[in-house]
Design a binder for this molecule. Sequence first.
Ligand SMILES: NC(=O)c1ccc[n+]([C@@H]2O[C@H](COP(=O)([O-])OP(=O)(O)OC[C@H]3O[C@@H](n4cnc5c(N)ncnc54)[C@H](OP(=O)(O)O)[C@@H]3O)[C@@H](O)[C@H]2O)c1
Length: 293
Amino acid sequence: MPKHAPAKTFSLAGRPVRRMGYGAMQLAGPGVFGPPADRAAALAVLRAAVEAGVDHIDTSDYYGPRVTNLLIREALHPYPRELTIVTKVGARRDHAGAWLPAFSPQELRQQVHDNLHNLRVDVLDVVNARIMGDIHQPSEGSIEPQVTALAELQREGLVRHIGLSNATSAQVAEARSIADIVCVQNLYNVVHRDDDALVDELASKGIAFVPFFPLGGFTPIQSSVLAKVAQSIGATPRQVALAWLLYRSPNILLIPGTSSVAHLRENIAAAQIELTDQALAELDAIGAKSQEP
Ligand SMILES: NC(=O)c1ccc[n+]([C@@H]2O[C@H](COP(=O)([O-])OP(=O)(O)OC[C@H]3O[C@@H](n4cnc5c(N)ncnc54)[C@H](OP(=O)(O)O)[C@@H]3O)[C@@H](O)[C@H]2O)c1
């Protein structure tokens, strides 16, 4: 076995949270737009997550829009004291479901108020500033206005902690010169490893890294190595992909998304998986290979 099994928790928003959380985006309708096909099933997933010990849920008011926040509220309000809900602002949807940038100070303020209202809370635990741009290659550029706007909302007591999403290392540094940044949420998984250096940099600063698309999102990750390791330990390839992330760095907090209670349970069970040094080396090589020209 590896010398160090992964820690069970990491600090987020000033308190330890379990490393296996839940991402609510998949609860909205197709294209993350409109209501879920099966509303009762969506509510059941949220309740099952918390019953299974999940204490970190990721959402946004632009999922649906409003849909995931309203489901979370219906399923879980009044919220357990230990539950940390992380939302994000910086985008909006048009009537056809397109994702549009919305990060002027006025728009961010309105989105914070929308999240407060729809989640029915007086203060938001963590708000990520979602930086618009290609999710496969976040674009550089100053994010000072967005972070300053969130810092103002934090001073007003509407936001407890600030995070970033789709951000570069330089943007994290700029944001940290304005406000305390508690988490960064970027695309990362066993295949997509562009943020390897950022993961390590944030770990050294005690900042959580929360990969989105940990299972590949809308295009599930596939790899013969994942399948082989999974078969050798009696797990599923997706469980192995999640377990690898837990071993990758102690500051990684997971928010796999699912609309199925069975998949939720499978994902949560991945936190118990033990990977040998040999399996970890084989899994590490998947990302290295994908970066070859
Ligand atoms: N900051 C951002 O820009 C951003 C972008 C995207 C996502 N996010 C956040 O990150 C979270 C995670 O990303 P994601 O949900 O898009 O992608 P993901 O977790 O990589 O994958 C979700 C997909 O995998 C399927 N799945 C999950 N568990 C499974 C299992 N055990 N077996 C088989 N299929 C399984 C789900 O389908 P089923 O419903 O059928 O299980 C869904 O299609 C989101 O929920 C959202 O909160 C943030």
